[in-house]
Design a protein around this ligand. Structure first.
Ligand code: DGT
Ligand code: CA
Ligand code: CA
Ligand code: ZN
Length: 583
């Protein structure tokens, strides 16, 4: 059982407990624990195997530790089964609706017996919902719209979730006898922000032990098929995994085919047809004069390429194309013109310019964050705690900020192998002004601005709000520009073209927030911004040290946005960064 799965169970307990009306402290304890577990780099199952003490993890107490141990050892949780007797287990579905929290779900459930999306739809239609005390017609209407959206949306896994579910499976498969080579293809290899399923390719001397390894993997919930060339399983988390076993000579062609995207494949295949070649997952074949390249036999003709991926591209006169670009967004033309971008890499990153500490809603001290950033090998970092507006947290006002500077100075003395910039994530208020007075803004090394409140303004108002904030001379970075959360919250209504133009004019960097459920800006917007001459920056927005490793997801997204090292602010050396901040 992987950390994400454990976290999901703990979250479910929290949800059910809250809907039942249980002790709010307990609810919070489960929720916190779920968060902690999900972001641990080390698999808890391994800690349990090695009889390590889970309470070492901050936020995991004794009770929680025994629940997690029970869950990992038995695959279930008595506490959850009990709750599911008290409260209909399907009622947590309702929480997927934006704006429906446990309180509303509890009301719908206890007063109307609503415990599923279907029943909610009926209750909305009959007008019962709008009659509930404290809800009203407006809320009911919003619920109806949300319901439509959620039911039309397929659940896809975050790339980070897929990563943590697949890593142990790959390790397990690699131990299988007779395995020679293994690689993940599909949207996972293209580093899409979400993945529908996982496509694994393997070469082996004997298929049986490899298939057996797949179907016997601990997290497998059910086996859909398993045979000589293909196996499909569904993991307990709901993630489907396809394994294909290939002959060595086809490996490159299959890797190319199953990496996709589909539209990229179609375009490459078309280039093949123009050259008298048939390109399939089995290889690249010369089509005999009298035959049609579109005929159905995949293997006729002489094999001319396909052992490795490079040979497939070479057969149509192209250099190898990085998987992140294979979305049919002009990469074939760029490749033909020898104009593929030299994509940014993790090694290019010299610092992280947005993170939080215990001075606002972060969970680690400045010193802990600084040491963790130094461990990442960075040259610099910025502490950017929230300003005071953000209602949910205790942000910094002017007085606290002065105190924080004193602490920053102390930590600078202690952690010398990294430069710590003083920053702040300042709220953009409704009228576009900033939540900190100018005198203080000027004294900061770095001012990050962001929208955290009143997120449902209409487009014109929102655009004007953000554009005005960018015109403030102290602002360096616009954080998570669209505010979206994948599978959770829609982006704000905003005209990004205008925001990009303003960012270029005001020399403000636009963020690619690397939190795996944000990835904001998204790939196509990153690319658009760079094309228009905007500077971008990949930040983790870390709230504790282990979030810093999410930088790689931001880099994945940046690569999908065709970004090169020079397009980013945080690939600059410290002296160049300082110059830019002053300029
Ligand atoms: P996903 O799983 O929805 O996140 O996205 P993918 O891209 O992993 O798609 P998937 O798993 O359905 O198929 C894996 C790759 O196989 C896909 O990227 C391209 C290739 N493929 C699948 N079906 C077709 C097809 O009908 N035509 C072509 N040309 N390629 C296909
Ligand atoms: Ca897939
Ligand atoms: Ca698939
Ligand atoms: Zn923020």
């Amino acid at each position: 059982m992987e950390n994400v799965e454990i976290a999901a169970v703990l979250r479910e307990v929290a949800d059910l407990l809250e809907i039942k009306g249980g002790n709010p402290f307990k609810v919070r304890a489960y929720r916190n624990a779920a968060q902690k577990v999900a972001s641990q780099a080390r698999p808890l199952r391994r800690m349990i195997e090695e009889e390590e003490d889970l309470t070492k993890i901050p936020g995991i107490g004794k009770d929680m530790s025994s629940y997690i141990t029970e869950l990992v050892r038995t695959g279930g949780l008595e506490r959850l089964r009990e709750l599911q007797k008290d409260v209909s287990p399907t009622v947590t579905e309702l929480l997927k609706l934006d704006g429906v929290g446990a309180k509303t779900a509890a009301k719908l459930y206890h007063e109307l017996g609503v415990d599923s999306m279907d029943k909610l739809r009926r209750a909305l239609e009959s007008g019962e919902v709008s009659k509930l005390e404290g809800l009203g017609a407006k809320t009911a209407e919003k619920m109806r719209r949300e319901l439509e959206e959620v039911t039309g949306r397929e659940e896809r896994f975050l790339l980070s979730e897929a990563d943590s579910l697949v890593r142990p499976l790959v390790e397990h498969l690699q131990d299988a006898k007779a395995l020679k080579r293994l690689q993940i293809a599909g949207s996972f290899r293209r580093r899409s922000e979400t993945v529908g399923d996982i496509d694994i390719l393997a070469i082996c001397d004997d298929w049986e032990p490899v298939m057996d390894a797949l179907t016997s993997f601990d997290s497998v919930d059910r086996v859909e098929q398993s045979g000589e060339t293909r196996g499909t399983v569904v993991l307990r988390s709901g993630l489907q995994v396809d394994l294909r076993i290939l002959p060595e000579e086809s490996y490159g062609a299959a890797l190319h085919y199953f990496t996709g995207s589909k539209s990229h494949n179609v375009a490459v295949r078309k280039m093949g047809v123009e050259r008298g070649l048939k390109i399939s997952e089995y290889g690249v074949f010369e089509v005999p004069e009298n035959r049609n390249a579109d005929s159905s036999d995949p293997q006729e003709g002489k094999r001319v390429a396909g052992k490795d991926e490079k040979s497939v591209y070479k057969a149509v006169g192209l250099p190898w194309i990085p998987p992140e670009l294979r979305e049919s967004r002009g990469e074939l033309e760029a490749a033909e013109n020898n104009d593929l971008p030299d994509l940014v890499r993790m090694d290019d990153i010299k610092g992280d310019l947005q993170m939080h500490s215990t001075w606002s809603d972060g969970e680690a001290s400045i010193e802990e964050m600084a040491r963790a950033c130094a461990d990442m090998g960075y040259e610099y970092m910025a502490i950017t705690d929230h300003s005071s507006w953000v209602g949910v947290t205790t942000g910094l006002d002017e007085e606290k900020l002065e105190k924080q500077w004193e602490e920053l100075e102390k930590v600078r003395g202690k952690v010398e192998d990294i430069t710590i910039l003083s920053g702040m994530e300042v709220d953009i208020l409704d009228d576009g002004s900033l939540d900190l007075e100018d005198g203080h803004l000027e004294r900061l090394d770095l001012v990050v601005v962001a929208i955290h409140s009143n997120m449902d303004m209409d487009e014109d108002e929102m655009t004007a709000r953000v554009v005005k904030a960018l015109s403030h001379p102290s602002v360096s970075i616009l954080a998570h520009p669209t505010g979206r959360k994948i599978n959770q919250r829609r982006p704000i209504n905003i005209d990004l073209e205008q925001v990009i133009d303003a960012a270029v004019e005001q020399e403000v960097a636009l963020e690619c927030n690397a939190m795996p459920n944000r990835l904001d800006l998204a790939d196509i917007h990153l690319r658009r911004a760079a094309e228009k001459g905007a500077l971008l920056v990949v930040n983790t927005d870390a709230h504790r040290p282990d979030h810093l490793r999410y930088m790689s997801y931001g880099i994945d997204q940046a690569r999908r946005g065709w970004l090169e090292s020079d397009d980013l602010l945080n690939t600059k050396s410290l002296s160049k960064l300082r110059k830019w901040l002053k300029g």
